[in-house]
Design a protein around this ligand. Structure first.
Ligand code: AGP
Length: 385
């Protein structure tokens, strides 16, 4: 089994470190990175097609004519949907709703023929997601699958879809599937916007950033030793809160899920905008808080959150972009630690940001002495509901 783990101690560790390659696999043959360098005078930049999703191409116009896109998933796969919701709204210019599969079924929520339902599942076998799919299908919605498992139940039952091609994921904690799901959903949003000339510059910006993403992930993986140090510092804590907003609300929820699921430490991801509506009462000089404050359109608001927390003597771990002078200055000689990550276009920043937090949850698990690849009470695919 150590051969299967490719020299790593655990599958989760191997899968975290595989991410530069797994996201590359997700994009392989689907993203045209060369267009901006093209010199052929007959080439028409206004009608370029830079994203090719073979399993969806016949359905683009149906999707664009839909009344809304509805993402349906559980756990980490749900967080990938949450992370990409704004990208989909912005590029596909459609209303996007998000559903946890079990809750959609509990409510028997209305779904119509002109709904475009996207079922996101690593395994493609999750019972709740599969049941939600049957439910949506019976109501005549177009059902799109985004899975990592060719031939899985969800891949077979959907009308069309995208395989994320991240390679087999064995650790119960989903890591490389999460980043590949976000890449796949971003590609889907880009593909759906290809008719819009107005969004062309934006699209090109995102595509160019996708091309640099494997390198950025390679860069951020170098924080491994630093995350081990941080894990040692947090080893005996009871609880860890993670604040994010905008694109990185999903990062906060996903980081907290990893810490709960494998490190068996209580952790909660919180929308920073809700801080004053309750969670702030928990803040003192002992409780460790992770604040995600990379430079996007939420940056000024996150900086103000940092100031409010520091005013209460909070113990902060701030995830920010490398070389952020403002944050460095704010935190100098304070009860603060920084995690500095490379910057990318804001809709892809969550893909970079989650990696050090995956490493943190991994190291926390090992030094707390828990089973990394098979946390107690959990199964890789939840095939009962
Ligand atoms: C992730 O770390 C969890 N093990 C879990 O939340 C998982 O993402 C969820 O069960 C959904 O699984 P799926 O993607 O295979 O449908």
């Amino acid at each position: 089994s150590s051969i299967m783990k490719g020299g790593y101690d655990h599958y989760m560790q191997k899968e975290i470190h595989e991410q530069p390659d797994s996201i590359q696999q997700t994009m392989r043959g689907r993203v045209d990175f060369q267009a901006s360098k093209r010199v052929d005078p007959s080439w028409d930049p206004y009608h370029e097609k830079r994203i090719t999703l073979g399993g969806l191409v016949d359905h683009y116009s149906t999707i664009k004519r839909g009344r809304r896109v509805m993402f349906v998933a559980c756990g980490t796969s749900y967080h990938a949907c949450l992370a990409c919701r704004q990208t989909m709204e912005e590029l596909a210019e459609l209303p996007v709703s998000l559903e946890l599969a079990s809750d959609l079924l509990d409510r028997q929520a209305p779904i119509f023929r002109d709904d475009m339902c996207v079922f996101v599942s690593q395994s493609g076998e999750t019972a709740d997601t599969l049941k939600a799919l049957e439910y949506a299908k019976a109501r005549g919605a177009l059902c799109i699958g985004v899975t990592n498992t060719v031939g899985s139940a969800i891949a077979r039952s959907t009308h069309c879809g995208v395989h994320i091609n991240a390679g087999c994921e064995i650790g119960v904690a989903s890591t490389k599937a999460y980043t590949s799901q976000m890449v796949a959903l971003t590609m889907m949003a880009l593909a759906l916007s290809e008719d819009s000339i107005r969004l062309r510059a934006r699209r090109n910006e995102v595509i160019n950033a996708l091309g640099m993403l494997p390198e950025h992930i390679r860069e951020v993986l170098k924080l491994d030793a630093q995350m081990l140090d941080l894990a040692k510092e947090l080893k005996t804590e009871q609880s860890l809160l993670v604040f994010g907003r905008g694109y990185n609300y999903a990062t906060a929820l996903e980081a907290a899920l990893k810490v709960k699921e494998v490190a068996l430490m209580h952790s909660e991801g919180l929308l920073a905008g809700e801080m004053k509506h309750g969670p702030l009462a928990l803040v003192d000089e002992h409780l460790p808080l992770i604040v995600i404050a990379t430079r996007d359109r939420m940056y000024a608001k996150m900086l103000s959150v940092v100031h409010q927390l520091l005013a209460r003597g909070a113990r902060l771990i701030i995830l920010c972009n490398a070389g952020d002078a403002e944050i460095r200055e704010t935190c100098a000689s304070r009860n603060c630690r920084l995690i500095e990550v490379p910057s990318t276009v804001e809709c892809l920043q969550p893909i970079v940001n989650i990696v050090p937090l995956q490493l943190l949850s991994y190291h926390l698990t090992v030094i707390r002495g828990y089973n990394v690849d098979q946390p107690r009470n959990l199964a890789k695919s939840v095939t009962v509901s």
